[in-house]
Design a protein around this ligand. Structure first.
Ligand SMILES: [Zn+2]
Ligand SMILES: [Zn+2]
Length: 362
């Protein structure tokens, strides 16, 4: 019987509890990973409030990294001792979506109907699931063989942990979805961790101007430190974008904020026939209302993305190399490191926008 410490969400808006739980036996197609680092993601603030349809008791933490310690009898190509990234999305390789080259929508996650695998049992007999099929706020993760990707690098665990959500979503939104070209003007709405990765990717792609739009002053200055040519409050966004585009609007806009007004703003500051990529979500029941003229007559391309439309086997090695050579910089984004017992502090600091990425180290 393997025991581990895990941070449990036993009920919405109740402080998380760090408890000793018993790991359930490993199924033949699953892998046991000793967690090394998990970033606290703002998505989990939303889950904490019960706005993302999670079912307690659950272990949050939907992207992580660690070392393989056990593999099920039918697992192929993954070995004990490997360093692996555990991203928010699996790639089963044989569902409809994997077949059309869109593993970001893999059925193994999105056709579960929100019923996540059970991974542990509490001392008082409750069965605990792993939210998003990961459960990174725990000492071990019992995950599908399709959701672990080995990496060959000496990058520190804290940095590797960012590859499963922040980097893939922010960088993928720019390179895979918006497909930013050299000399374009890019606007990024929201300078949280996703926006800051998107800003870095836009500079890498050769954008002439990268305008960050963010109400929080501290985040605006971080945005400038990672490559934004200007950082402005939302009220000044339209003017700032027009000033560098002869009044047209941005060629590409990445929305990395969540609230519906931010998504509407992303459309408003794009140019005719420009591209808008929406990535944020603040509530499962959220709705966005968009004006028709900019969409229909003016032919804007409104796209959206989950996890940057990445294909992990193709994109992960590239993102690792970009980190290794310093072309992507995690330093300003990792604003704190925590122990598991600090889970409620990390949650509060994320909610108050005091952390960009606070990373749990094990
Ligand atoms: Zn996340
Ligand atoms: Zn699949």
């Amino acid at each position: 019987m393997t025991m581990m410490r895990a941070a449990l969400l036993r009920g919405f808006e109740q402080p998380l509890t760090v408890e000793e739980v018993e790991l359930l036996d490993l199924a033949p197609t699953r892998v046991l990973v000793r967690t090394k680092a998990t970033p606290f993601c703002s998505t989990d603030v939303t889950s904490f409030h019960g706005r993302l349809g999670k079912v307690p008791p659950t272990i949050l933490g939907h992207a992580s990294t660690g070392e393989v310690v056990e593999v099920g009898s039918q697992v192929r190509g993954i070995e004990v001792g490997q360093r692996v990234v555990v991203p928010g999305t699996p790639e089963c390789g044989h569902c409809f979506y994997c077949g059309i080259g869109r593993p970001d929508q893999c059925s193994e996650l999105f056709d579960l109907g929100g019923i996540y695998p059970d991974v542990a049992r509490t001392a008082d007999g409750l069965v605990v699931n792993a939210a998003g099929c990961v459960g990174g706020y725990a000492e071990f993760m019992n995950v599908s063989q399709n959701q672990v990707f080995s990496v060959d690098t000496d990058l520190p665990w804290e940095v590797l942990s960012l590859l499963g959500c922040g980097i893939t979503t922010g960088v993928g939104a720019v390179l895979n979805v918006a497909r930013v070209l050299p000399d374009e003007v890019v606007a990024v709405v929201g300078a949280g961790h996703l926006g800051l990765w998107a800003i870095q990717a836009a500079r890498l792609a050769g954008a002439r101007e990268v305008i960050a739009i963010e109400p929080n002053e501290e985040r605006r200055s971080v945005a400038e430190s990672v490559g934004a040519t200007r950082a402005v409050v939302p009220e000044d966004a339209l003017e700032a974008v027009r000033a560098v585009t002869q009044g047209r609007g941005a060629d590409k806009v990445i929305e990395a904020a969540g609230p519906p007004p931010a998504q509407r703003l992303a459309l408003e500051i794009s140019r005719r026939a420009g591209t808008v990529v929406l990535s944020g979500l603040k509530d499962v029941s959220g709705e966005v209302t968009l004006p028709q003229i900019p969409l229909a007559v003016q032919s804007r391309q409104v796209l959206s993305t989950q996890n940057g439309n990445v294909r992990m086997r193709r994109d992960l090695p590239a993102y690792v190399r970009l980190l290794e050579r310093g072309a992507l910089d995690p330093k300003p984004i990792v604003t704190a490191t925590y122990r598991l017992d600090d889970i409620n502090t990390a949650l509060e600091r994320s909610e108050r926008l005091e952390d960009l990425s606070g990373v749990f180290v094990f």
